[in-house]
Write a protein that binds this ligand. Structure first.
Ligand code: CO
Ligand code: CO
Length: 303
């Protein structure tokens, strides 16, 4: 059902009328200084691609590349962080593979299931849908500031809390409200993943920066120009189809290209469902922000 032809979050293969298998993998180098949190973030990020397809993760395998001289306590903490996060998701880690490498890398292969009739995809947005985001932006600038030794402890703690957070409840909401358009915000940033959705859904998005949630330190780091390289790549690749309002300054424009690690879901919610969607999200303790709307046309307008 989903393969190389579309830019979706996972591969999907139909098994029967009401069951399809979802397969995905992700792994990356450390984004934070603490091994346990690194493992938990990498696992939450890998699991997210199943939630982003409207699926439920079921089984996972570890993928790790670890330096020879890394103390065994550190590698054990990375794997423990991943295992405990997987358990929180109701997922069993059933095996995996480790190789030697100079820079650590860790992530999961995740297998899940989705009802093909309830699948979320990047092509599922409809004109009139409200765009809802489920985690704040600014993870890339904050972790880059951390790498440069310029991040405050409280900003790092805040970023870790959000990055470690599963998209499980956000995925549950998508299922409960029978949504069709969704993805998770990761390496291409809000505008990159938004553009993928706009293109595959054949619509345009309008985003209001005043409504966007950001981590506390994000704006400050952006003003100091502390962006990861990926933000500039994203800008180069996606800016042609983005129309920024003239009043928006450079730091805020760049923040929308900021690559996220384990970011939130971006969901299209039909207007008639929005009120009950937000009410249910509160009940489930799932933060949501309405950040814009889907229109006819192409590309992304940012006000
Ligand atoms: Co994804
Ligand atoms: Co992915």
């Amino acid at each position: 059902m989903v393969g190389l032809a579309t830019p979706d979050d996972a591969a999907v293969w139909r098994l029967s009328e009401d069951k399809a298998i979802v397969v995905t993998t992700d792994f990356f180098t450390p984004v934070v200084d603490t091994a346990y949190e690194y493992g938990a973030i990498a696992a939450a990020n890998s699991l997210s691609d199943v939630y982003a397809m409207g699926g439920l993760p079921f089984l996972a395998l570890n993928i790790a590349a670890l330096p020879d001289n890394l103390p065994v306590e550190i590698s054990a903490e990375i794997l423990r962080g991943g295992a405990e996060k997987a358990r929180e998701a109701g997922v069993v880690i059933a095996g995996g593979h480790t190789v030697k490498d100079t820079e650590p890398k860790y992530g999961l292969v995740v297998i899940g299931f989705v009802d093909p009739r309830k699948m979320l995809s990047k092509g599922g947005l409809r004109v009139g849908d409200a765009l809802v985001l489920t985690k704040p932006l600014g993870g890339g600038v904050t972790t880059t500031a951390l790498k440069q030794g310029k991040a405050s402890d409280s900003d790092v703690k805040e970023a870790i809390e959000w990055m470690s957070r599963l998209n499980k409840t956000a995925g549950q909401l998508a299922l409960e409200f029978d949504l069709r358009g969704g993805t998770d915000i990761t390496g291409f940033g809000l505008l990159g993943h938004g553009m993928e959705m706009a293109n595959t859904s054949n619509v345009s998005l309008s985003i209001e920066t005043a409504k966007l949630p950001f981590l506390s330190g994000a704006r400050g780091y952006a003003e100091k120009g502390i962006f990861p390289g990926g933000a500039f790549d994203n800008k180069k690749y996606f800016e042609n189809n983005v129309r920024f309002d003239k009043k928006l300054d450079e730091p805020i424009q760049m923040l929308l290209f900021d690559p996220q690690t384990s970011g939130g879901l971006l969901l299209g919610v039909p207007q008639e469902k929005l009120y009950s969607f937000e009410k249910r999200a509160k009940e489930l303790d799932q933060p949501t922000w309405v950040i814009g709307e889907v229109h006819a046309g192409q590309g992304i307008d940012v006000q």
